[in-house]
Every structure is written in structure tokens, then in C-alpha cells.
Design a protein around this ligand. Sequence first.
Ligand code: NAD
Length: 252
Amino acid sequence: MQIRFDDKIVAVTAAGSGFGRAIAKALAALGARVHACDISPDGIAETAKSGGIEPAVVDLTDRDAAAHWIHNIEASTGRAIDILINNAGGTLGNTMSPIESVSDTQWDSIFAINVNATFVCCRAAAAKMKQARAGRIINISSTAALHPSQTGIQAYSSTKHAVLGLTRQLSKEFGSYGITVNTIAPGRIPNTPAKFAAWERGGEAKQQTTLERISLGRLGTSEDVAKAAIFFASDLSGFISGQVLAIDGGEW
Ligand SMILES: NC(=O)c1ccc[n+]([C@@H]2O[C@H](COP(=O)([O-])OP(=O)(O)OC[C@H]3O[C@@H](n4cnc5c(N)ncnc54)[C@H](O)[C@@H]3O)[C@@H](O)[C@H]2O)c1
């Protein structure tokens, strides 16, 4: 079976780096008309260089701007979005600190990008997707939604559980419209030069311990995550909804 997305309208959030970039490029290479946004003008311009990707600079924590981006895609294509990929999120550079010293700002800022942006993009795309009676929503959560996060960041783990909860709830709401809603849960993947440098700084002993916990004995890549996105976006997953797929090489 050959997987193609010719003429499919795809929206990918935070595609100026990492998984978002890999997903946008993979779907564009398979024929999709990809719309991709990021807060970083340079990042999203770099992603768009490979072709088939319409870039936009959007701060997804600005609810109006995020909804406007979705509605612009619908207006410019004259169609519903076929495949919405809510990838935006992260730890925002925070590190673990005991909960008694977690500030409201730290907590709220992680929720703003990890949960609120996903909610706003789903809400903005919903009406037209339901009218079209077809579609795919793929939310990127994390294995931090399945067990305590290795980052130790309480807000990060909480937001990724929330993304999983939203996914399950929306799968119920969207199911009768023929729309599937699933989530991908990557393990820790050093998918940018900065993250890889941090991994290397951790030293050989720590690296060894981490790799021993991964059944496949290697680190994951952005392309591993993009393959899962292709699966959930394709007809292969047509009877799968409300599910979470860990992309962690079998980590225990
Ligand atoms: N890398 C990992 O190890 C890992 C593991 C599990 C889950 N995840 C999740 O995968 C998703 C992508 O992570 P990644 O590691 O590829 O990220 P990344 O750090 O490589 O890229 C994040 C992108 O988000 C953009 N961004 C940040 N704030 C934004 C905003 N307000 N509006 C728009 N764009 C904004 C950045 O400019 C950047 O391009 C996130 O939801 C993250 O939580 C990552």
C-alpha cells in the first residue's frame, strides 16, 4: 500500500524545529498541502525551504492569533482542514524545582502553550471539520502523560496528561463525524542541536543508563515521531481513535 496525502490540507503547529518540522516535511513530501506555523520566523522559514509548506509566524499562546491562523487556512483553501497536528509544547526551558517554589507564571506559561494552544486550534478547526464529516486530529503529548516525567517538571507532566484527556474526550465528540483524534507520546528525544549537546554534556554513564532503559537500545529521532504522525494521518488508522501511541523505543 502506498501512502499519499495528495490535496489534503494539513496544519502543523510549532513546525520551526524538532518534531513539527519533521512532520511538516514528511507530509509535504507525501503530497499534502501543508500549512505550518511557529513563533520563530527563522525556524519556520527554514522548514518551508523544502517546498510544499506554507509558513506563518504565529504566537500560539495568543488565542486570537492561533484561531486566526486556522481560519485563514480555511479561507485561503476554501476547505476544512483535513489533518490538524497540535505539536506545540515543551518545558519552555524550565528545570525541575520542588513544587513549593514553582511560580504561577511558570505553571501558567507551560499550560498556555501545551494545553491552551491545542484547545484553541481544535476549537477553531472543529466547525468546518465536522461539516466536512472527515478528518484527523493528532495531538503531541509525551510519555510524561503515561508516567512521571523524567524532567521532574510538575506542570509539564500535568499538561501532557491534559492533552491525553482532551484527545480522549474529543475522540468521543468527533467520532460520529468520521473524524479520528489520537495522540503521540514521544519519549525523551534530543532532536535539536541544543538538546543533543545537553545529552552529550550528561556524560557517558548517564547516557548508558538511559539507553539501557530503552528496549531498542538507541535514542529516538524526529523522523520516528513523524512516521507515527503519518500513520495516524493515513487511512491505515481509520478505525483507531482516542488512542495514545508511545514512541519511546520500548522504555521501562
Ligand atoms: N523532544 C522531546 O524529547 C519530546 C518528548 C516528548 C514530547 N515532546 C513534545 O513534542 C512537541 C515538540 O517538541 P520538540 O522537542 O520537537 O520541540 P522543539 O523545542 O524542537 O521545538 C519547539 C518549537 O515550538 C516553537 N514555539 C515555542 N513557543 C511557541 C509559541 N508560543 N508559538 C508558536 N511556536 C512556539 C519554537 O519556536 C520551536 O520551533 C512538544 O509538544 C513537546 O512537549 C518532545
